[in-house]
Design a binder for this molecule. Structure first.
Ligand code: IMP
Length: 181
């Protein structure tokens, strides 16, 4: 797996440091409030685990799985729910935990859907932000790293379901994509 990596974009140390900072910031902002973290499967799993373990306050967690129709590396904005939340979010302070925001289409759809369920508040924490690729405006309340317009893998992010368990965020060698196509 490591031999397929062309370049490490964000090291394991930098990821862990930034995740601890985000955890502290979220703890401070939600002081005295119940907090429900909603992770989007599968990409946000690694981030969610490290983020919650860095928090010293009680938090509830839930997961939602969505898939966007269209080609594998392009978002279409039409989102299908594969797994919905287990619990109602009505009246709760909800923070969506997302791996990466690219065009913003997936997140926009999810935000609109969850807003209709009447949460007390609804915010977003995204580990990675590809600003230059944005097609729709979505508010990001917490961002780990702004990254350039490159396809990245690792720390939860996949290429064809593989490479999620790399401990860093990386760019793959071009031949990996050529092999796959
Ligand atoms: P959006 O709807 O275009 O913002 O797409 C968001 C989703 O696309 C993310 O949750 C990822 O699953 C996937 N995605 C976008 N960019 C990348 C990338 O660079 N690597 C891996 N997955 C990505």
């Amino acid at each position: 797996m490591y031999e397929d990596v062309a370049r490490i974009l964000i090291s394991e140390e930098d990821l862990q440091r930034r995740v601890r900072e985000l955890a502290q910031q979220i703890e401070a902002d939600y002081q005295g409030k119940d907090l429900l973290l909603v992770g989007l499967l599968k990409g946000a799993v690694h981030f969610m685990v490290d983020l919650t373990r860095a928090m010293k306050r009680p938090v509830a967690i839930d997961f939602m799985a969505v898939s966007s129709y269209g080609a594998s590396t392009e978002s279409s904005g039409i989102v299908r729910i594969l797994k919905d939340l287990d619990e109602s979010i009505e009246g709760k302070h909800v923070l969506i935990v997302e791996d990466i925001v690219d065009t913003g289409l997936t997140l926009k759809y999810i935000l609109e859907m969850l807003r209709r369920r009447g949460p007390a508040s609804l915010r977003v924490c995204a580990l990675l932000n590809k600003k230059d690729r944005r097609l729709v405006d979505v508010p990001l309340d917490y961002v780990g790293f702004d990254i350039p317009n490159e396809f990245v893998v690792g720390y939860g992010l996949d290429f064809r379901q593989v490479y999620r368990n790399l401990p860093f965020v990386a760019v793959l060698k071009p031949e990996v994509y050529q092999r796959a196509s």
